[in-house]
Every structure is written in C-alpha cells, then in structure tokens.
Design a protein around this ligand. Structure first.
Ligand code: FEO
Ligand code: CA
Ligand code: CA
Ligand code: CA
Length: 749
C-alpha cells in the first residue's frame, strides 16, 4: 500500500508506539524493523495534533553541520552536542585488573580482562532487572564491541620485535618475521587484543560508565573455544588438530561490523581473516583447494609470513595454527584447514557469559562485514543482509527456513540454532533497468568456475557455504565497489548498503548502473588512490518486491554518491550535489536510529585528510533519506585518458544530510549503536594516529583521547595540547547537552 511520506507529512510515532506497547508482538515487529502488518499499521496512523503534527520537517535535523576538520586531534561535534570517552584500549573489565599504563608493559594474560584494540561494530542490548534483554531499558545495557585488528606499534614497549624487516609503523609492521626469542609474549597479547568485548554499561548521574563488577563482562578472543554449526559442522573441511571431528574451532578474527538478532543475541562477523595465515607451499593440495585458496586471497601478499607474523614464534599449537602448510599425516594432525574455520558470522549470547559462541556456516564464508536483520514478521522467515568487503565482491541475503515466533525472544543460542543453521543463501544481481534479483547459491551443484588460470569444480553440497565467493561468481552476481555496512530503514524496510570505494577494480569500461563512476582523482597515487576508479564510494539502496524481505526481486537506486571539496561543479562526479555541510568520502558504517529513523553514516577515508585543497578526518553524518526511486535518472559520463563510457543510473534525493562529528587525526569512525530512548549514540574511534612511526613514538601523530578529547561547544579549538601519550582506540558516547533525543525534535513517523 502507499505510505504517507514522512518528509512532508509526519506520522505520529508516539501513537504507533503506544499502540505497540499494548501489543508486545507488534512492539517486537516495530523494533526489529517493520513487517507487512506493521507497515499497514503505520499507514493508518494519522497526523492530527501533538508532536510534529502538521509541521514541515524540512529542517528536522536539529543542528548546524560541524565543519570539515583536517588538523584538530580530537572529536569535534556540532553545537549542542557533547561526547564522553567510555571504553578505551586496555581498560580493565573486572575489579582486580589494574588500570592500563599505555606503555606496552602489561602481561599478555591480563588482556583476558582488558579492552582489545581497533573497536569496530557493536550493539547495545537493554538489560532488564531479570538479567534478560529488554528493549524498554536504556539506562543499563550490555554493550558488545568488536576489536577488528591492532596497531602493533602502540602495544609493546617499542613496537613488535622483528628478526627481519624494518617495521616502523602500522603498515610496515605487516608481513614481517617476528623475533622468535622475544615475540611469544607479544603475540600472546595480540591474540587477546582481537575479538569481542562484552561489557555491562550503566548510566550513573546521567553518564554511562562500565560496570567492572558485572558478571556479564567477558572477552572473546582468537583463543576462545567455538562450536561449528550449520551445514559445515563435522565437514571434512573443518577438521584440524584442534578438532579432529570438525565440530569445533578456536577463536574469532578480524571482527569488523556486526549484527543483532530479534531473539537478543550478537553476531560478530569475520572480515579480513585470510591475511593472518602463512602459506608458502601448495604440495599435497587438491585443484579445488588451490582454486579456493586463491579466490580467498590465501596466496596473496601476506602468505610468506601472515599479516602479523604469528606463526613459528614459539613452540606449540597457539602459533602453529597460523601456518597452513601441510605438515602432518592428515588434516587431524596439522592446521592445513585452519583457515576454513574462519570467514563466518559468529553468534554470541551476551546474556549467558559461559555459553560457547557458534559459527553459523549456513550464512556463508567470505569477508563478512556485518549482518543486518530485515523487517521481522511473526510467521515469516527471518532475513539477514550481508556484504563481502573487498573490491568487486558481492551483497548477500540469508533467509531462514524457520518462521519467526515472538516466543523465541530471549531464546539465546538455541533460538540461533533454529533460525541460523538452515536457510537459503542468496547473492544480489543489480540490473541496468533498476530492478534486481536474488540468485540462489544453494542451487549450484555442477559446473566449473575459473579463478584466473585455475579452475574450481562444483559438486560438493558444501560449496555454497565453504566457497561462497566462487558460487556467487558462478551464478553471475554483480561485482560491487566494496560492500561495507548495511542498515534497514525502520520506516519502510528499505535496505541501504555502503559501497565504500574502488581504487583499482573499476576501470572506465567496467562501470555498470549500480557502480557507475570511474574517474580520475586529483590526489593521485601514494594516497590510497588509483588514477581511476570510484575513490569516494556511494550508498546503494533497494526495496524488496511487495516489501517482503524474503522476496526474490527488488527495485534499487543510489541514495548518495561521496564527493570531496574539489568536486564542486563536476557533474559526473558530484552526482548528489554535496556541499560544505556534507562532503563525505568512503562511506562505511551505517545505522538507522530505532527511535527517530535518522540514518547515520560513518566514513573511513584516510586519503580525504591529505587532500591538498581542504581535506578532513573521518566523520559521522546524519540524514533523513527519502525512498527508493524518489530522484532522477542520470547519464554518467566517465572519461579517463581518452577512454569513455556513459552509463545510466538512478540517483536518489539526498534530502537532509549534515555532518555531526569529525574524528581525531589518523582515526576511522566506525561502529555505532544507540540506547533505545534515542538519547545516546555509542560510536567507535578506531586506530587514531595509525601512521605514527617508531621514530616519533614519543610524539605520536595523535594523542587522542588524552588531549582535547571532547569539544562540548561543537567547534574545533584553535590550539591543541602537546602530543606525548600514545593514542588509544575507544568507544565514545554522544549526547545532546540538553539531554534530548539525538538528531531531531520532530516525530518523524
Ligand atoms: Fe573492516 Fe570492512 O571494514
Ligand atoms: Ca579529490
Ligand atoms: Ca568497516
Ligand atoms: Ca573500513
């Protein structure tokens, strides 16, 4: 049915909410996203009296955009807003672990009870007095936070100890050989700095703090025992020395974005896991194994050492497991299959601190960015949207076999077994006429797929789950410009996914309607940019057929194209007409507010900072987007070095879009969740000062959060405190100074 457009005719969310509170099943539908019944219900909600009734919401965002920031080493927010640092790298999560020195001197074992590094995806679960998930509770919650990776320089007294190579900063430390005499303790620490934090947070005197005495507090790391669930449980590919049955695995790795389930558990998603493994010898591998490993990047530039050089540092399986070379008599005698146990979504029950996390193999194996639940309706399947974060990779959808029952709320991992271990796995194809199709990966059972000069032969029922990327290649899915986060509009069920950028795999002749830009960027080489591609990224969105999340067809358009300050007037680049209040590049994190329906966009673009004509640190923006198809059809003329291709695409109306926050030097803004009352956003500041070198460790590029950690009046100060402390990734809390709902004073719907 046709809906009122909330941009011009607001519907009263409070009326909807009051009715929903009287009907718990409907309330669940509302907060998990809108099912068909809820859509109908919203359509019936009138517009008379109270709230923003009758008022145009043309200026619904209640702040003035904060400016671009290239020099201030702190978090800057719009006037009327403030931030507070909540949970930093190394912070203790119990009452007996001492405060963090930030000098790299703590013993590795203490990191079983300390915050990890590189905070990323997260979710706030309201914590009821009964110890269960309660969406009516905002002042007490369990915050689940991913720790994606590490900045090794800051974690040890003088950076990692190497036996070869000349590591000086984050990038040069990669792929080096660790000094075996001194590195075991360093590496044990690094094992624990990855993974997930589960911490109870409580509002005390109006401010959230970590409850260090909470029994819910827990660290999940690369060492934590896990169970393999779903179609790959007990499969030959999962057999390792750690688990000769193939039923278990050890740890989770490179946990990027995340998701929550409608039954109240956390999904943490394994992204760039392939980099961590050493692999130098193909002897004994089958043709399919070699093709598969090539497709997943296991034979790439990190293969000689593994990204952090963890293998062979010390004696024992803790280190040996990062080396994939065949060494034993069979798969149960070595770690040849260890990489097959990564690349999954992992379900964690934050309300059960002793529960064993489960790898949900039915959701496929790739560079999982995150998992975002679609509109939930009683009696219908539960749907999750997922992206594979690499250039030319795909967008996926999982549709559960089981139909949703509200009685499974707070059902923990047993509910997860019901909904996540069996279902259909689809990949998206975006057609040039702005329709799309979900292609069934589980239907592929025969044929071959080329990987460069290699060939993969289908025929194993596990192919869609273990070799999801190859299966998606086979069915002809659309290669996208690096899928990062997704988010589902609670107003109408439309799905948004960031396509952060493509530096090398989108030459002019390979543009298509869904990835329509390839142009030269002025910043050129040496700053993460190629001479052509889609360096600033875009956000695609779609509406499922009949607004049914399990539908096999959809309609799509592009909500917004990133653009920089020097792109003003370039009609084929600044396709969304961005201006000073919303220039953005490389969109990454996305979040639709449960409360207000505002779309928040986070960016990850270190290259923007170095723009000669006015760059910026990474940022958070707020938007009130319209709907799929609300804009125009546009011919994009791409022309680089005499090669030209014009492609027709559909560009949405941007509507209101304003920058709310900018980050410290060298940081990425990633990870976002909110309290259910809409008064608090939790935001992660990842890897501040990441380009610091060993030579300037005593005067790093960033000392955040030590210096100028907040600017309550909104604008960057003109001077900064001297930088001497090592920077720390951290979770911050963003609130309005007057305590109101973040982003808007209107009832948007
Ligand atoms: Fe970990 Fe896709 O960024
Ligand atoms: Ca530029
Ligand atoms: Ca990301
Ligand atoms: Ca990123």
């Amino acid at each position: 049915m046709k809906q009122d457009n909330p941009l011009t005719k607001p519907i009263h969310f409070n009326e909807v909410l009051e009715a929903a509170v009287a009907d718990p099943s409907r309330r669940q539908i509302l907060r998990g996203g809108l099912g068909l019944s809820a859509l109908s219900f919203l359509g019936l909600a009138g517009c008379g009296g109270g709230g923003g009734g009758g008022t145009s919401v043309a200026n619904a965002l209640n702040f003035t955009a904060t400016p671009l920031n290239a020099t201030y080493d702190g978090v800057s927010v719009a006037s009327g807003y403030q931030t507070q640092v909540l949970y930093k790298l190394g912070d203790p999560i119990n009452t007996t672990t001492p405060a963090y020195s930030n000098l790299g001197t703590e013993p590795s074992a203490s990191f079983d009870f300390r915050a990890g590094d590189h905070h990323d995806g997260m979710y706030f679960f309201g914590l009821g007095a009964n110890g269960k998930w309660d969406e009516d509770v905002s002042d007490r919650g369990i915050l689940c936070i991913n720790h994606e990776a590490i900045t090794p320089l800051f974690l040890h007294p003088n950076g990692p100890t190497l036996s070869s190579g000349t590591g000086t900063d984050f990038n040069t430390y990669l792929n080096n050989t660790r000094n075996t005499a001194t590195s075991a303790e360093e590496v044990q620490k690094e094992f624990r700095l990855h993974g997930v934090s589960i911490i109870e947070v409580v509002k005390v005197n109006g401010k959230y703090e970590v409850n260090k005495a909470s029994a819910f507090n827990r660290r999940i790391t690369t060492l934590t025992p896990m169970v393999i669930n779903g179609p790959l449980k007990g499969h030959a590919s999962q057999v390792t020395k750690y688990s000769p049955t193939g039923n278990e695995a050890r740890g989770t790795l490179n946990n990027c974005a995340s998701g929550y389930t409608p039954w109240g558990t956390y999904l943490t998603c394994e992204e760039n896991w392939a980099n961590y493994f050493r692999k130098t010898d193909l002897t004994g591998r089958t043709a399919n194994e070699i093709a598969s490993e090539s497709r997943y990047g296991l034979s790439g530039s990190n293969a000689a050492t593994g990204r952090e050089g963890w293998s062979h540092v010390g004696a024992g399986d803790d280190y040996a497991r990062w080396d994939l070379n065949i060494k034993g008599a069979n798969a149960a005698a070595d770690f040849r299959n260890e990489a097959n146990t990564f690349g999954f979504n992992v379900e964690i029950d934050p309300f059960s601190p002793t529960s064993t996390p489960r790898k949900r193999t039915a959701m496929g194996r790739f560079n999982h960015e995150g998992a975002w639940v679609g509109p939930v309706t009683v009696g219908k399947p539960v749907v999750f949207y997922m992206g594979c974060d690499a250039e030319d990779e795909y967008i996926y959808k999982f549709v559960s076999t089981a139909n949703w029952s509200a009685s499974d709320i707070n059902g923990g991992l047993a509910a997860g077994d019901k909904y996540l271990d069996s279902g259909k796995l689809y990949v998206a194809k975006y057609n040039s006429n702005f329709t799309g199709e979900w292609l069934d990966l589980t239907a592929v059972s025969t044929g071959t797929q080329a990987v460069g000069s290699l060939t993969f032969t289908f025929g194993n029922s596990s192919d869609a789950y273990l070799n999801t990327r190859l299966t998606a290649d086979k069915v002809g899915a659309t290669q996208m410009d690096r899928p990062e986060w997704g988010a589902v509009n609670p107003r109408n069920g439309e799905v948004y996914v960031t396509l952060t950028k493509s530096d090398s795999k989108r030459p002019v002749l390979e543009v298509d309607a869904a990835n329509p830009r390839s142009h030269t960027d002025k910043t050129g080489t040496g700053q993460g940019r190629s001479t052509a591609g889609n360096p600033n990224g875009h956000i695609i969105r779609w509406r499922e057929g009949s607004s049914n999340p399990a539908a096999l067809t959809f309609e799509w358009d592009i909500y917004v194209f990133g653009a920089e300050t020097d792109d003003i007037g370039k009609a084929n680049v600044n396709l969304s007409g961005l201006t000073a209040e919303n220039f953005l590049s490389a969109p990454d994190g996305l979040w639709f507010s449960h409360k207000t329906g505002i779309l928040y966009i986070q960016t990850d673009d270190s290259a923007f900072l170095t723009e000669a004509d006015g760059g910026s640190t990474c940022m958070l923006l707020a938007a009130i987007p319209g709907t799929v198809g609300d804009g125009n059809t546009v011919d994009v003329v791409n022309s680089v070095s005499g090669v030209t291709k014009t492609v027709t695409t559909k560009v949405g109306k941007v509507g209101q879009l304003k920058r709310l926050l900018t980050g410290p030097i060298g940081s990425e803004i990633t990870g976002i969740t909110e309290s259910y009352d809409g008064k608090t956003l939790f935001i992660n500041i990842q890897h501040p000062g990441e380009s610091t070198t060993l030579a300037n460790l005593a005067a790093p590029d960033s000392s955040w959060p030590y210096a100028n950690s907040t600017t309550p009046d909104g604008n960057p100060p003109t001077s900064t405190t001297a930088k001497t402390n090592r920077p720390r990734s951290a979770t911050i809390v963003l609130t309005r100074i007057d305590g109101g709902v973040v982003g808007t004073d209107f009832t948007l719907y």
